[in-house]
Design a binder for this molecule. Structure first.
Ligand SMILES: C[S@@+](CC[C@H](N)C(=O)[O-])C[C@H]1O[C@@H](n2cnc3c(N)ncnc32)[C@H](O)[C@@H]1O
Length: 254
């Protein structure tokens, strides 16, 4: 897997340095950075067989390029075992029944959250790319707790708001340059119940959000701006966890 989190980028850099100029100190630093993710996985409740199978299928799938695609699809997009378990855990402890997801990809996080829902609970998940939607639909077969809304998420949010939908839990994981719009539209259009929990992925964006501007891509800059806006907003309480590529937990204050 390509390094796509601050920790895996750091581990990769240390490994290159250690190869160029081996030293016990560098070896120790490399071992500290490269061992953490595997340890977190080993000590976290295992994923279900269904989730493990979807993770394998996503890695094996050949993701062809498409001119019209909203994003380049790649297996690294999948949230995976530890983050999926965090979502599952949060859905269970909050007692959420109505879950909104923005960014389905192949459906791993939607399925992880659905596993923690009561029988009458629902995950409504938004995906713009038909290639991802096709794989996800297949993954959701037999699970009537998930509804896939295919199309650009902002238009879907407007439609859901127009239909009077309200959610007590949300996971935001689509286009990083639209993160603020997703949160702002959903909040202003009343899609969040008072006290709703919103989980946002990639809020460290490979460390770009805290590195000098010279190391910042347009997406990294958009996520840094998103983080600053959330931090300054009086209607939100939040904490950024350094798990994988950064996961922010936001509580929409009642
Ligand atoms: C990081 S992946 C989601 C991963 C998924 N949540 C998981 O954990 O496996 C982001 C997804 O958002 C989709 N996406 C990007 N822009 C979008 C938009 N404007 N509306 C809906 N989906 C979008 C991409 O096609 C991609 O499948």
């Amino acid at each position: 897997m390509r390094p796509v989190t601050p920790l895996s980028v750091l581990a990769h850099q240390l490994e290159l340095l250690d190869r160029e100029q081996p030293s016990p100190r560098l070896d120790h630093a490399r071992a500290l950075a490269s061992g953490l993710d595997d340890y977190l996985s080993a000590t976290t409740t295992p994923e279900s067989e269904r989730l493990a199978a979807l993770s394998r299928r996503t890695s094996e799938h050949v993701w062809t390029r498409s001119e019209s695609a909203v994003a380049t699809l790649e297996p690294e997009m999948l949230s995976g075992h530890v983050e999926g378990q965090l979502l599952r855990f949060l859905v269970a402890v909050t007692g959420a029944r109505r879950v909104l997801e923005i960014g389905t990809f192949t459906g791993y996080s939607a399925l992880a959250m659905a596993e923690a829902l009561p029988a009458d609970g629902r995950v409504i998940t938004c995906e713009a790319d038909p290639r991802a939607a096709e794989v996800a639909r297949d993954a959701f077969a037999g699970c009537d707790r998930i509804v896939l809304e295919e199309g650009p998420a902002l238009a879907t949010l407007e439609r859901l708001a127009g239909a009077g939908e309200v959610f007590d839990f949300a996971f935001v994981d689509a286009d990083k340059t639209q993160y603020w719009d997703y949160l702002d539209v959903a909040h202003r259009r009343g899609l969040f119940a008072p006290g709703a929990v919103v989980v946002v992925d990639n809020t460290l964006y490979q460390g770009e959000v805290y590195l000098d501007a010279v190391h910042r891509s347009p997406r990294g800059a958009a996520v840094a701006e998103f983080n600053a806006r959330v931090a300054a907003h009086p209607a939100f309480e939040q904490v950024l966890l350094p798990l994988r590529d950064g996961v922010t937990l936001i509580r929409v204050l009642p």
